[in-house]
Design a protein around this ligand. Structure first.
Ligand SMILES: *Cc1c(COP(=O)(O)O)cnc(C)c1O
Length: 482
């Protein structure tokens, strides 16, 4: 199966190289045709075997998939099934946050390092891979946990000194591992991110022994592992007798960069009986408007919300969906060019019609998000985080005859202040105290990785200016080479 750029059918590569490269050289994303897949054959398999089959199908020339899957997931998640389904009222919650850092990004970022090292070996690449990431919180920690001590890789995570929560910071600065480095940058997230982008454009000198790569969500090696949990959820409902084989199931997905929900669309194209995919946004409602009108318009204010991982104006993975709906590289390239130069684009009527057949959409604000957390806790005894609450709330306005699965992307303990105040609790104490109070009020256990964080030894204390990020990286590379 060949991969090609969404913007040019002339640019092709293997799945292994696509994983190593991340972005195609013309700025497009790597995509492949999705030939027939025997979806019924994976139902009933345990999660790891299911992952093996689906990943081998999506990334056919990455070898050793069984071992890679074992290394990525075995004994690293809270449960062997990785992503459990929990019935809540007449809906189902698919918990994607049972990984080492309590965020859904663990699902993909546990697998990506294994795929990268395998691809690197196959391509006989001698240099080490250096992952550089700017993080506003969750991705950095999940990437650190995934790449920690993976042979042939190093990782440097930059986070904004003013811009991550106390819990997120504690998660990162206590990270162990011989190949990891964490550094704060004075300023906000945009400063940190533009600093990382500048390092990528400048590159590293030949012969320094490393090749730069990002753990970005546009890498096909991050998307592919996410397809698995849609099959897993379907298989679960089937084995519990909640659906018959072939019955359609709807999924509501709290959306930011469009990776999570796109994986659901992949599952559907692979044959899984998926009904409607509901795209849920917070007050940053660029996707709500897009799905309704076909006009993607980033020229709007950016809002900081209680669901920060969805605070996004440009959803990069949407480009893959556009390609899958029109299969016309020139058309996709034209939309992306217009987005870059003018800040918006309008899709064709053909694409819009297809979008309306496959997707539903909605958004809600912080007040509604909190109301939902409080209501679901009171009525169903289920505690959810702010991102999950956005999805739950958006599904409220959606009528369906199909069973409905709500994707839950973070533990409530990753956003303890917002969750506790949604339950009517007073906050204002430090975040760790809030976490303990939330635990005392609800009795819901604190995930292992977040317990006792404030007592763990701090291993990374450096704080630098944005201008010094590049020299910081080069010095670090030199030290590692010795
Ligand atoms: C990243 C993230 C999302 C958004 O997922 P996308 O794949 O970017 O759409 C939602 N919730 C949480 C908690 C996240 O970390």
């Amino acid at each position: 199966m060949k991969y090609q750029s969404t913007r040019s059918s002339q640019i092709t590569t293997s799945s292994a190289r696509a994983v190593l490269q991340g972005l195609a050289p013309d700025g497009g994303l790597y995509i492949s045709a999705l030939p027939t897949f025997d979806w019924e054959a994976v139902l009933g398999l345990d999660t790891l075997s299911m992952a093996e089959r689906i990943l081998s199908y999506l990334l056919p020339d990455v070898e050793n998939m069984p071992q890679l899957v074992q290394r990525a997931y075995r004994n690293r998640f809270e449960t062997e099934e990785l992503t459990p389904v929990v019935p809540v009222g007449d809906r189902f919650v698919l918990e994607l946050f049972r990984g080492p850092t309590s965020a859904f990004k663990d699902v993909a970022l546990s697998m990506l390092p294994q795929l990268i090292t395998q691809a690197k070996a196959q391509e006989q690449m001698e240099e080490e891979i250096l992952i550089l990431t700017a993080t506003s919180g969750d991705t950095g920690k999940a990437a650190l946990a995934g790449f920690r001590d993976v042979p042939g890789t190093k990782i440097i995570v930059f986070y904004p000194a003013e811009g991550v929560s106390a819990v997120q910071k504690a998660q990162m600065v206590t990270q162990e591992g011989s190949n990891v480095c964490v550094c704060a940058v004075r300023g906000n997230f945009d400063d940190t991110q533009s600093g990382v982008k500048a390092i990528f454009s400048a590159g590293v000198p030949e012969g320094c022994g490393v090749r730069l790569s990002s753990a970005n969500s546009i890498n096909i090696g991050r998307l592919a592992p996410q397809v698995v949990y849609y099959f897993k959820a379907y298989s679960d409902l089937l084995s519990r007798g909640r659906i018959w084989k072939g019955e359609k199931v709807d999924f509501v997905v709290p959306t930011g960069n469009f990776g999570d929900i796109l994986a659901g669309y992949y599952a559907k194209r692979m044959g899984l009986p998926v009904g409607t995919l509901i795209c849920a946004s917070n007050r940053n409602d660029v996707l709500t408007d897009f799905l309704r009108t076909g006009c993607y318009d980033r020229r709007r204010p950016f809002h900081k919300t209680l669901s920060p991982s969805m605070d996004i104006l440009v959803s990069s993975n949407l480009e893959r969906l556009l390609y899958l709906l029109c299969e016309d590289c020139e058309e996709v390239a034209a939309y992306m060019e217009q987005l870059k130069t003018e800040g918006f684009y309008q899709v064709s009527d053909t694409i819009l019609k297809k979008l309306h057949e496959e997707f539903a959409w909605g958004c809600c604000d912080d007040v509604q998000t909190k109301e939902t957390i409080g209501k679901v806790w009171k009525e169903q005894g289920y505690l959810m985080d702010t991102h999950t609450a956005v999805a739950w709330r958006v599904a409220e306005g959606f009528e369906t005859e199909h069973p409905l699965v709500v994707l839950s992307t973070a533990s409530p303990y990753k956003f303890p202040a917002a969750v506790l105040s949604a339950l009517g609790g007073g906050v204002g104490e430090d975040e760790f105290a809030v976490m303990n109070r939330l635990n005392a009020v609800t009795g819901v256990p604190i995930p292992l990785g977040l317990r006792g964080l404030e007592q763990k030894p701090v291993l990374h204390t450096q704080v630098i200016d944005r201008e010094d990020m590049q020299s910081f990286v080069l010095e670090k590379v030199a030290v590692w080479k010795e």
